[in-house]
Ligand binder design. Structure first.
Ligand code: HEC
Ligand code: HEC
Length: 503
């Protein structure tokens, strides 16, 4: 009898299992996107996403096997020649996915798939290969590998260097040369981009438009437009060169760089992006986030301004002529690819923490964390209460209190990203402090290099030199706001920091 019940139970389990994994959410569901996407802080700006028919007419990515890239001096003898003799191999095949582990492994291929296969690695292109987006400050792993981009073969004999996979920006090389996938990335993205602007895109010296304009402009914030259009190429390049690893000018940021977040443990995180741009309650939301950020947000209309629109940024390009400046070439991920990607990201685990302080010091640090009220916002066990704080100059409308989780206190940090960028919402989310020990460049814009700098009162003064991101033309400036824990004496502060580094 007991055996029969067991058999019956396992039959139900198998059924449920298949039920869960065969129902792939639909990524481009406009109603669902509108529900989960926060509106811009300016209520007069109407946002419209590219229509479903448009999205569905885009060809899907075909995901091939990718190969490691070595730094000079580490590449095994004859490596590139051997790649030239390989047949292309498709590695994402939905028919082969049977178990949850299969979804995770397939998702890893998606995570590493470079949506932009640019410089060819054939001899005549090696000059470009060596300057564009490469040797501009990227750390290498203990094995001499650049883990941020990979070689790909879509046609036998043609080896491309691919970039702009999720792994490009979300992979970290640690100081011991190990690699942590999904951690805050530390590729020198902006300096590489600067080289690309000059060498690859060949942007004329006196002119940044229209590529940069579409990438970073905010039609409703004239000062951002001014910031973009009044800059010469070389001034822009100088600012990009000044971006530390782990901080970057992303599309839609209005030339206000953001620090790259960690994706490890993201399953528990309710709002995505510094500004809480999208609600995240399950894989379908992560899928929509990925689709938007790997191209579709450039086809979103903001009061008629479409960042990659034709006819002066007003019309959707026909699907076959759509080409992202970074080279997405008008493709999209399939729903299955995005579902697998979400399963992979949810499976990522943190590296082992090497700096756990003595138990007494940790206990003291934790006590201070509680006494100082940090727990209210950075609430254990995930060290965030998953809420949004309005920025100075933004008053949440009544309706937001029903729809979103708002902790109605401003932490008074710089407001530009949230008020003046396309990714803005009027809020900053309360970030999780899990894993701060393997992050750098803190606050949304990465202005403070270390945890210690956050609690240094000198940063509130105008003569402070930001230790993380600062514009090339800025010699000193204050880093205001979030003045919690700053009055502590040195002993208490270092106990608090030891505690933070243990999370
Ligand atoms: C060009 C670099 C780049 C690439 C490529 C990239 N990301 Fe990101 N990602 C970022 C940056 C920068 C942010 C922070 C954006 C912000 O806060 O406004 C971010 C934020 C995120 C977030 C929000 C996390 C949080 O806690 O707020 C998720 C999720 C994410 N990326 C997933 C992905 C996935 C999945 C891919 C591949 C499909 C991908 N990213 C590709 C740079 C990149
Ligand atoms: C009122 C809510 C609130 C309280 C209280 C608070 N924080 Fe924060 N904390 C935030 C917000 C919001 C941010 C993000 C600010 C930004 O990016 O501009 C943040 C950022 C941080 C960061 C940087 C994380 C990152 O990824 O950049 C650290 C570290 C931090 N807080 C630690 C603390 C500690 C320690 C305390 C107590 C001494 C504390 N916080 C109290 C809301 C709060």
């Amino acid at each position: 009898m007991k055996g029969l019940i067991l058999i019956a139970l396992s039959a139900i389990a198998a059924f449920a299992f298949q039920g869960v994994y065969t129902e792939i959410p639909k990524t481009w569901d406009i109603g669902a996107i509108e529900e989960s996407h926060l509106p811009p802080p300016d209520p007069s700006v109407e946002v419209q996403y590219a229509p479903e028919e448009y999205y569905n007419s885009l060809p899907e990515h075909v995901i091939y096997k990718t190969y490691l890239r070595y730094a000079e001096g580490y590449q095994p003898e004859g490596y590139l020649d051997s790649l030239h003799s390989l047949e292309p191999e498709i590695v994402f095949d939905v028919n082969k996915i049977k178990t949850q582990q299969d979804w995770i492994e397939a998702g890893k291929e998606v995570f590493f798939w470079p949506v932009s296969g640019t410089a060819k690695v054939d001899p005549q292109y090696r000059g470009i290969e060596n300057t564009y987006l490469v040797e501009s400050g990227d750390p290498i792993t203990a094995e001499g590998v650049y883990p941020f981009s990979r070689y790909l073969i879509q046609e036998k004999g043609k080896v491309l260097r691919g970039t702009l996979s999720c792994a490009t920006c979300h992979t970290r090389v640690m100081s011991d040369g190990s690699t942590v996938i999904g951690a805050q990335g530390n590729t020198a993205f902006d300096p590489g981009f600067a080289v690309g602007i000059v060498e690859k895109f060949k942007v004329p010296k006196e002119n940044l438009d229209p590529g940069m304009y579409s990438l970073i402009s905010t039609p409703w914030a004239p000062e951002v437009k001014q910031r973009v259009t009044s800059r010469t190429r070389d001034e822009f390049v100088a600012d990009l060169m000044a971006s530390p690893n782990g901080v970057m000018v992303r599309q839609g940021v209005g030339f206000l760089p953001v620090s790259v977040p960690s994706l490890i443990g993201i399953k528990d995180i309710k709002y995505l992006d510094k500004t809480g741009l999208m609600i995240h309650e399950g894989p379908e939301d992560l899928m929509r986030y990925a689709a938007l950020n790997q191209g579709m947000d450039m086809l979103t209309s903001y009061n008629g301004f479409i960042p990659l629109g034709t006819d002066e940024f007003t019309q959707l390009p026909t699907p076959n002529e759509w080409n992202h400046p970074f080279g997405y070439a008008g493709k999209r991920y399939s729903d299955e690819q995005l579902y697998a990607l979400a399963q992979y990201i949810y499976s990522l685990t943190p590296p082992e923490n090497p700096n756990i302080a003595a138990p007494e010091l940790l206990a003291k640090g934790e006590r201070i964390f509680i006494e100082q009220g940090c727990v209210t916002c950075h609430t254990p066990p995930i060290y965030t209460n998953n809420m949004l704080t309005p920025v100075d100059g933004f008053t949440p409308p009544e309706s937001h209190f029903e729809k979103y989780d708002i902790f109605d206190i401003s932490v008074e940090t710089d407001t530009d990203l949230s008020l003046k960028a396309r990714r803005g919402t009027g809020y900053y989310k309360i970030p999780s402090l899990r894993g701060v020990w393997y992050r750098q460049n803190f606050f949304h814009n990465g202005e403070l290099a270390t945890l210690e700098d956050i609690f240094d009162p000198a940063r509130l003064k105008d003569d402070y030199v930001p230790t993380g991101y600062k514009l090339s033309t800025v010699t000193s400036k204050s880093v205001p706001g979030h003045d919690f824990g700053m009055e502590l004496n040195d002993g208490d502060k270092s106990a608090l920091i030891s505690f933070l580094k243990s999370l």
